[in-house]
Design a protein around this ligand. Structure first.
Ligand code: SAH
Length: 373
């Protein structure tokens, strides 16, 4: 039996893009396959208004697995002495971008642990070089917490976007996932700084992380509603064998997809990836994420010899459609479900022009963008 009150909350969210904290929690409590199907159908309508059936791809380059932090969930945390540490040279990173460009990527995401060797001067020089080689591409950074001045320098050098998941919106829960040196307050101040500076900003959280309940997830949805980042990364928590959370169960693919749909309803123009974590626990995770309302996929563009070393969690996928070389296969799999992978920077869309609201491909970008062939 589908809960009629919950169905009507989904409809309200689709219309108003906002609910009270209590109603978000009720929606999470009421989660069922039928309710999720309803939310996904509403999410699909919203997504098409802005993006048509376009799926954007980002080439993910994992530049370093050195990290000064000790997050309890993360496989590259400082105190994991069992992993082989690496950092890519600027030449290696540039050649990943060149290869990605040929494949059809127009966004490069430079992600890594908080590695002091990637100081501002080195990053500025790297960003300038990537932008000089590929002026038509966007550069996204995902390098953790830095000072306002540092973010400013990276932005001035030409970086366009920054991904910094808030991880959980509840201070007490944040404190159970991180050592004392890290705080939600500081994480959120970084997000606000990034926004102020002018980055296109991504927040996000894990689904099913240890000690997470419905109240915590409701707070995450409310945070996305109020912070309104242009991007949001969510995926299931997956345990890593060498972390304090090794014995916790992984998050659910079904709940992750349901939350993708709710996020799409909260912010219809959101750049929302079907994440590697989802694809890692479900062989059809990519398709399921897109069908739930996601519109971005981030295949791995790191050099093959280091991919196994950027192990945030066990069994992290980096082959098949999760690999940049699998772009054609990804494109085929997206076509099979009615979507098309496009060669496009995939910037946040402009607001809908009222006279064209509801029009498919209301904007030029996705409609005109070349499909990957
Ligand atoms: N150092 C950067 C990048 C972190 S890795 C930063 O601080 O933003 C990117 C994301 O991977 C993290 O934000 C976290 O949400 C996710 N992640 C880390 N460990 C994970 C795990 N065990 N399961 C699922 N996701 C994980």
């Amino acid at each position: 039996m589908v809960n009629a009150a919950a169905l009507s909350l989904v409809d309200q969210l689709a219309e108003r893009h906002s609910l009270s904290l209590g109603d978000y929690q009720r929606l999470i409590e009421a989660f069922s396959p039928d309710l999720a199907a309803h939310a996904a159908a509403r999410a699909d309508v919203q997504r098409r208004r802005y993006f048509g059936n376009a799926v954007f791809v980002r080439g993910l380059i994992e530049i370093s697995n050195y990290c000064r932090n000790d997050c309890y969930y993360c496989g590259i945390r400082r105190s994991d002495s069992g992993i082989r540490r690496y950092r890519l040279t600027p030449t290696q990173i540039l050649s990943c971008c060149d290869r990605g460009y040929e494949l059809g990527f127009r966004t490069f995401v430079l992600q890594g642990g908080e590695d002091a060797l990637f100081d501002d001067a080195r990053l500025v020089s790297l960003i300038l070089r990537v932008k000089r080689s590929h002026p038509d591409c966007a550069v996204t950074l995902s390098l953790g917490e830095r000072s306002y001045e540092s973010y400013r320098r990276l932005f001035d050098a030409g970086a366009d976007r920054y991904l910094l998941r808030h991880e959980t919106a509840t201070p007490a829960h944040y404190a159970r996932l991180h050592p004392r040196s890290l705080s939600l307050e500081h994480r959120l101040s970084c997000l606000r700084n990034l926004k102020d500076i002018g980055f296109v900003v991504g927040a996000g959280f894990m689904v099913g992380s240890p000690y997470q309940g419905r109240a915590e997830l409701a707070a995450d949805l409310k945070l996305i509603e109020t912070l309104h980042p242009q991007m949001c990364g969510i995926g299931p928590f997956v345990p890593h064998h060498a972390t304090p959370f090794r014995d916790f169960p992984r998050g659910s693919a079904e709940l992750s997809c349901y939350l993708l749909s709710l996020l799409r309803l909260i912010k219809p123009d959101l750049l929302l990836p079907a994440t590697t974590a989802l694809a890692s626990i479900d062989p059809r995770g990519c398709e399921r994420g897109i069908l739930a309302g996601a519109n971005v996929i981030m295949p791995n563009l790191s050099p093959k010899e280091v991919r196994g070393d950027y192990a945030l969690y066990d069994h992290k996928a980096s082959t098949g459609v999760e690999a940049a070389e699998g772009l054609h296969e990804l494109s085929r799999r997206m076509e099979a479900i009615g979507f098309r992978v496009v060669v496009d920077r995939g910037d946040p869309p402009p607001p809908l022009c009222p006279s064209r609201v509801g029009a498919r491909h209301a904007h030029g970008a996705p409609a005109q963008a070349k499909p990957v062939t």
